[in-house]
Design a protein around this ligand. Structure first.
Ligand code: M6R
Length: 367
């Protein structure tokens, strides 16, 4: 059942070239440069008239939601809020018929997300579900949606469900941008072609970086804390990298926007602290390099996810994990892969039951 892998988590990490492809199937046409999302068509009028989009989720799904905020605001020019379901439901939020809510959930059964949606629906909002489990409670209560098609995810730590959520939200943002006229045909076509190449690029990382990442895991396994830093589209990936490490290795980890570190967390940096930078080539690249220099000057142990061919980043960091260079909008799909593997191997090094880490449940159906 684990398909020859030692754990479901590793199997699910390795399934991603396929699950990403499955999430495209019937939706992304890279030759005709077309995206088909019937769930979006079903609520098209409400989306085009929406005052704002509110994304509601928990945990890793919330990180996919945060990425979607960046994407939808940039590509569609619609105001987006991202909410922790548990906070959103209890604080008497202002919601009405002009709002579209995107619910992101692997299980479709997370109690706080479900109740938050029910409340918003009662106040007239339209609910769009980005859900993995077909026929789950959230899928059934949504007005429309797009399934993530990642297949059953058994490992408690979400991996393939996350990348599938990101794909669906990217398709959603691109399609909506085209309908709104907020993206040029040229950029749209380039991104469609870029997405099409992702499964083979993920495969490339899994093949070329595996042994390197295992060695990095063995080297840093005894650290007591980790800091993960990123900017722009890589900021949600820094958060996700830190969450994955906490869950699977029981090492304390924090994710932060790289520039925000100067406002507090930099006080933590000394020669024992591993600092993982998500530093792929994008418009903020120079800024992140200077953040890396700041950490190095304070003797932090620099680990970085860098784009292939980036000599500067590679020289600056003590250890690097390499990913192919792609558009910044697509980059998170690649930069998350080494971080999933790093957590997995650190967890294994520390003897954690990675598929069932302590105190955690696959789906949180209590409030
Ligand atoms: O099923 P959901 O996507 O609604 O679950 C949300 C979170 O409970 C989930 O992502 C959790 O954070 C994972 N253990 C992360 O790996």
């Amino acid at each position: 059942e684990k398909g020859g892998f030692e754990h479901f988590m590793l199997k699910e990490i390795f399934e991603q070239p396929q699950t990403i492809f499955d999430s495209f199937r019937g939706r992304l046409d890279a030759e005709q440069h077309r995206i088909t999302l019937s769930g979006l068509d079903a609520i098209q009028d409400r989306l085009l008239a929406a005052r704002r989009i509110i994304i509601v989720a928990c945990g890793t799904s919330w990180h996919a939601g945060l990425l979607a905020e960046y994407l939808i605001e940039e590509l569609c020019r619609i105001n987006v809020e991202v909410e922790y379901a548990s906070e959103f439901r209890y604080r008497n939020p202002i919601v009405g018929p002009e709002d579209v809510i995107i619910a992101v959930s692997q299980s479709g059964e997370t109690a706080d997300t479900l109740v938050a949606l029910e409340n918003a629906k009662q106040q007239g909002a339209t609910i769009f579900g980005v859900v993995n489990v077909v026929g789950s409670s959230i899928a059934r209560m949504a007005d429309a949606g797009a399934y993530t098609h990642a297949g059953p995810e058994i490992g408690v730590a979400s991996t393939k469900a996350f990348t599938a959520q990101v794909i669906v939200l990217q398709l959603f943002a691109l399609k909506l941008a085209l309908l709104k006229g907020t993206i040029s045909n040229d950029r749209f076509s380039k991104l469609v072609e870029g997405l099409h190449a992702v499964p083979s690029q993920v495969e490339w990382i899994l093949t070329n970086e595996l042994e390197n990442i295992k060695a990095i895991a063995a080297k840093y396994k005894d650290a007591s804390d980790f800091l993960y830093l990123g900017r722009g589209y890589n900021f949600p990936i820094a958060l996700e990298g830190a969450l994955k490490l906490k869950e699977i290795s029981y090492i304390h980890a924090e994710g932060y926007p790289a520039a925000e570190m100067k406002h507090g967390p930099i006080a933590l940096v000394d020669e024992t602290l591993p600092v993982v930078f998500v530093a792929t080539k994008d418009p903020y690249y120079d800024k992140i390099i200077s953040n890396m220099q700041e950490i190095k000057a304070r003797k932090g142990r620099l680990i970085a996810v860098v784009s292939e061919g980036d000599e500067v980043g590679a020289t600056l960091a003590e250890d690097v994990m390499v990913v192919p260079e792609v558009d910044e909008i697509i980059a998170p799909l690649l930069s998350v892969i080494p971080l999933q593997l790093l957590s997995y191997y650190i967890g294994i090094e520390r003897g954690v039951d990675v598929d069932k880490p302590r105190n955690l449940a696959k789906s949180v159906t209590v409030e």
